[in-house]
Design a protein around this ligand. Structure first.
Ligand SMILES: *[C@@H]1O[C@H](CO)[C@@H](O)[C@H](O)[C@H]1NC(C)=O
Ligand SMILES: *[C@@H]1O[C@H](CO)[C@@H](O)[C@H](O)[C@H]1NC(C)=O
Length: 379
């Protein structure tokens, strides 16, 4: 989500191809990395429905103990997947006290592998490895937070909508992807590589994002044939209803993108109030994506979902609908967003945060994990 400014979402506002390779984590005995198995995920040999969460900030923490605390709590809760921001783009050096990963400039960009750079993400990956937590790592933000496509536009020109086809922007984006994938290619902590957070191309034909996603996913497959790859989109553009999210005005066609060979599973998000629909929109949104994923024989991941109030009742009902489709297209769900007590106080609260140890946490983490275990045992 576009963190802190969710309510502004929605209603306002060519490259070389890598060698084709086997499906990520294919069951050839060579890989124990997380994989897709039909419409379900397999993690560490277990094929099941998995729950998880999002933490955009964990890779920007400067205190290793805080990283360990969060990952301890996540693993002890029985959550298996954590989605983190794998980008932090700037256009000028903010100084050694601030974490940034990449500085974009027309006169030469820089990837920061220093102590206030990708070494912070290194620590997250290492800490997740020892705790069995699997990470989704994405490479650019649609939104301006932590730089995003706007930072590339500022350095290389064009517009947000031409970012997808801007050669200089895409060259640097690929250099950045290669740097991150190269660092963690062998890590058991990677669940999947993700092209972007919520890519949109407003008013564009859906072939713009389709082509960019096809070419970029093939490029990543060439760098790392073993880990899964996904798009990170909100899941816009599919049959089932006539409301705004089902349409393609943001340049996204969920069903078409799901057919891309090197994308191993589908992602979708859900913020009814930000999208101008009611909370009762939720079940149909989940069911229609599950149907598309079942038809494509790839898992669907409800990768972000949130509501500003009544977290437990509203989100629990969504979790139940998703879990009921555990063999009907849904592979798992990740609520937005993980909250915890850090050394400098509570982590960010954007109104959607579910704090570890809270009554919301009991409802949406503890009870949900129990429900998943019961459902899996009954299969
Ligand atoms: C895929 O799932 C099926 C059950 O749905 C299971 O029998 C099989 O072992 C799984 N394959 C892998 C590689 O985990
Ligand atoms: C990852 O594994 C490949 C193949 O086994 C190896 O060539 C490469 O050096 C490893 N990379 C790292 C960073 O360990």
């Amino acid at each position: 989500m576009r963190y802190l400014t969710a309510l502004t979402l929605g209603l306002g506002a060519a490259m070389a191809t890598a060698l084709p390779a086997a499906k990520a984590g294919s069951a050839d005995g060579a890989s124990t990395f997380p994989s897709a198995n039909g419409t379900r995920f397999t993690i560490d040999g277990q094929t099941a429905y998995f729950a998880g969460s999002n933490s955009y900030w964990i890779g920007f923490l400067t205190n290793n103990n805080d990283v360990d605390t969060v990952l301890d709590h996540i693993s002890q809760s029985g959550l298996k997947i954590l989605r983190v921001w794998g980008f932090n783009d700037v256009t000028r050096n903010p100084g050694s006290g601030t974490v940034w990963y990449q500085m974009l400039s027309s006169s030469g960009s820089q990837i920061n592998t220093g102590a206030n750079g990708l070494q912070r993400l290194d620590y997250v990956v290492k800490s997740a490895e020892t705790r069995g937590v699997k990470l989704i790592v994405n490479f650019v933000n649609n939104w301006d937070d932590y730089g995003g496509m706007a930072a590339y536009v500022s350095a290389f020109g064009g517009s947000h909508e031409t970012w997808y086809t801007n050669t200089r922007a895409q060259d640097q984006y690929r250099k950045y992807i290669a740097a991150v994938v190269g660092r963690y290619r062998n890590s058991s902590a990677i669940f999947a590589w993700e092209l972007a957070n919520e890519p949109r191309c407003k008013g564009c034909g859906t072939d713009v994002i389709y082509k960019w996603a096809t070419d970029t996913s093939a490029y990543i497959r060439g760098l790392d044939p073993e880990h899964m790859i996904t798009l990170g989109d909100e899941g816009f553009g599919l049959p089932g209803d006539t409301t705004y999210p089902y349409g393609t005005s943001e340049g996204v066609d969920f069903v078409k993108n799901l057919g891309i060979k090197d994308l191993d599973f589908g992602t979708f998000h859900m913020y009814p109030s930000s999208w101008g629909v009611s909370n009762s929109f939720g079940p149909g949104w989940i069911q229609n994506h599950a149907k598309a994923c079942a038809a494509a024989n790839k898992p669907c991941l409800l990768e972000e979902y949130g509501v500003g109030s009544d977290h437990c009742n509203v989100e629990k009902s969504w979790q139940q609908v998703s879990l009921a489709l555990a063999t009907g297209g849904m592979g798992g769900d990740l609520f937005w967003q993980w909250g915890d007590k850090l050394s400098n106080g509570q982590s960010a609260n954007d109104g959607n945060t579910i704090y570890y140890g809270s009554s919301d946490g009991q409802c949406l983490i503890t009870d949900h994990v129990k429900a998943i275990e019961a459902a899996e045992a009954a299969q």
